[in-house]
Design a protein around this ligand. Structure first.
Ligand code: 13P
Length: 248
């Protein structure tokens, strides 16, 4: 059985003071969670949030990670820097990074590999645009993104990854994929993993849904057999909303 995992992607929101307030509110609300709980604040909040999370059941995540250990990579962050903050998860290849910051399947693969080598769990994002969905190429796109993200990974490394299926048209729009569509596409992603590593590895990988997931639709989405969790944007910025999703 795969343990459900609910992660909050704060994106470019929350100053350190705001982050502190949100986390102080959140800790008691999710302390009895049956699933894994992760928050992914902006880098400048990691220190304050990381300190507050010590001894709690909430894990700390970052919103990206660079593949090089150090060096001339302005604006980037290394695995060692994240480890020093207490980070144990890193989002990799979010569609906003792919769309606005030139992230490619190749850089996603390099970032995920660096995370795995540092014992940080990559949350690898895949998902189709509206145009791709309308053109009927969703399955091809998500399969290709998944296989490319895992390129060169051993079976043991593949098993340690989390995937977030985030249809781009559902992000921040209030439009959610139907639970049936999300379930079906996640099955396609799992089949793509099985095609490379076999069913045993594919069955171990946790695959989240992301895209306008909120307290109202979380239970229906989480009831689908293929959906193992959620990557939550907007609804992760309010402690009560996020805790309701955690308690789907
Ligand atoms: P929203 O929940 O705001 O749609 O964002 C989803 C997302 O992109 C999480 O990574």
């Amino acid at each position: 059985m795969r343990k459900p995992i609910i992660a909050g992607n704060w994106k470019m929101n929350m100053t350190p003071a705001e982050a502190e307030q949100l986390i102080v509110e959140l800790i008691p609300l999710v302390k009895d969670a049956a699933c894994d709980v992760v928050v992914c604040p902006p880098y400048v909040d990691l220190a304050v949030v990381g300190k507050l999370l010590v001894g709690t059941n909430i894990k700390l995540g970052a919103q990206s990670i660079h593949w090089a250990p150090k060096g001339a990579f302005t604006g980037e962050i290394s695995a060692d820097m994240l480890l020093a903050m207490g980070v144990s998860y890193a989002i990799v290849g979010h569609s906003e990074r792919r769309q606005y910051f030139g992230e490619t399947d190749e850089t996603v693969n390099k970032r995920a590999k660096a995370a795995l080598e540092a014992n940080i769990t990559p949350i690898i994002c895949v998902g189709e645009s509206l145009e791709q969905r309308e053109n009927g190429v969703t399955d091809t796109i998500v399969s290709k993104q998944t296989v490319a993200a895992f390129a060169g990974f051993s079976a043991e490394e593949a098993e340690r990854c989390v995937i977030a299926y985030e249809p781009i048209w559902a992000i921040g729009t209030g439009k959610t994929a139907t639970s049936e569509d999300a379930n079906a596409t996640i099955k396609v992603i799992r089949d793509a993993i099985a095609g490379v590593y076999g069913a045993k590895v594919a069955d171990a990988v946790r695959i989240q849904y992301g895209g306008s997931m909120n307290p109202k639709n979380a239970s229906e989405l989480m009831a689908m057999p293929a959906i193992d969790g959620g990557l939550i944007g907007g609804a992760s910025l309010k402690s009560e909303d996020f805790s309701k999703v955690v308690h789907f």
